[in-house]
Design a protein around this ligand. Structure first.
Ligand code: AHR
Length: 332
């Protein structure tokens, strides 16, 4: 209501030449980001912040929570106090957001959910939600390895699999783990021999792989829930005198350029795409709302691919593409 009154006053003021038209669109858009743990996250921040900063009349209010839920809660409360016009939110973990998101709702600030969606999504008001289909991404990781093994005549061979998980309690971790484990049921030759978090970082991916290589006799397949951990693990595998991509089949997730480079170099086998490029989604949503359009609360999962050495592995919902054919187009 207040916004309508202000818009009316503004229109009248513009008619008599008191303000410039650009002022009519001035919006403060706040973004509570998790941190900067991976190449994916950097690309996500750049996409969203870059889009907002490039938009005339829009001002970015940004907070990096450094992987701490308490920092995100503090940031959301600061956004409310500042009276921002929109809040963009992705949660480091999926639980524990009911109270603060109810406060956002009470303040009547439109909430746009991005990437890792909160468990309480059905109990809060939001204007739009965009995120990867984490369960499907996890399913694709294991299915890629299973189908690849079949394609090279190893479909009946018993192989040892380790799953390197993301940040415990993040929806990207719980969803991908659910998908990983469900898909393993479809490939009885793939035996799970290790499962541990590497926190979505390259350094922890390397450390976890180092310890697995010392404690597990024979690792045939590494499922790393993001590419950064896969790349850290590659360093550990090389340091142990093994050949990544040959002695150990490596499937990552995200499809960042560094993973494409590792695939082209033969050190990694596949990566499942999870897009970080939500800037354009956010821009369209806010423009539509400012134009008075109604949004529906459907969760949007962008279309995502699978990339590997040669392409052609059929995962039912998608067929893989060779990384070398798309590497030049990848901007992150
Ligand atoms: O939530 C998306 C995940 O978070 C990405 O897969 C990972 O790289 C990031 O840290």
């Amino acid at each position: 209501m207040m916004k309508k009154v202000l818009a009316g006053a503004l229109a009248a003021a513009m008619c008599i030449g008191m303000v410039t038209p650009a002022f009519a669109d001035d919006l403060q858009i706040a973004f509570s980001q998790i941190g900067q743990e991976s190449d994916w996250r950097t690309a996500n921040t750049d996409s969203i912040n870059g889009t907002i900063e490039a938009h005339e009349g829009w001002t970015l209010v940004y907070d990096d929570a450094q992987q701490k839920q308490e920092n995100q809660i503090k940031a959301l409360r600061n956004f409310i106090t500042q009276g921002v016009d929109y809040i963009l939110f992705t949660g480091v973990v999926s639980t524990g957001w009911e109270e603060v998101l109810a406060e956002v709702n009470e303040a009547e600030i439109p909430l746009i959910l991005i990437d890792r969606l909160p468990d309480c999504i059905d109990d809060i008001d939001y204007v739009a939600a965009f995120g990867g289909d984490f369960v499907e991404e996890g399913r694709r990781q294991v299915a890629w390895a299973g189908e690849y093994l079949k394609s090279v005549g190893r479909g009946d061979e018993e192989v040892n699999v380790v799953i390197m998980e993301g940040t415990t309690g993040a929806s990207a971790q719980t969803g991908r783990t659910e998908g990983n484990l469900a898909a393993l049921e479809e490939y009885p030759n793939m035996k799970l021999v290790g499962q541990q978090t590497g926190n979505f970082t390259r350094a922890e991916g390397q450390a976890v792989m180092e310890s697995w290589l010392k404690s597990i006799d024979d690792i045939d397949v590494l499922i790393a829930q993001n590419d950064d951990m896969a790349l850290g693990a590659i360093d550990a595998i090389k340091a142990a005198g093994k050949v990544p991509g040959e002695d150990i089949i490596i499937v990552g997730c995200d499809s960042v350029k560094a993973a494409f480079e590792a695939i082209v170099a033969g050190e990694m086998n596949a990566t499942i795409e999870c897009t970080p490029l939500y800037g354009p989604f956010v821009e369209k949503t806010i423009e539509a709302l400012e134009n008075g359009e109604e949004m529906n609360k459907e969760i949007v999962h962008p279309e995502e691919g699978v990339y590997d050495m040669d392409g052609g592995i059929d995962l039912g919902t998608v067929v893989s593409v060779a990384a070398k054919d798309v590497i030049d187009e990848r901007i992150y």
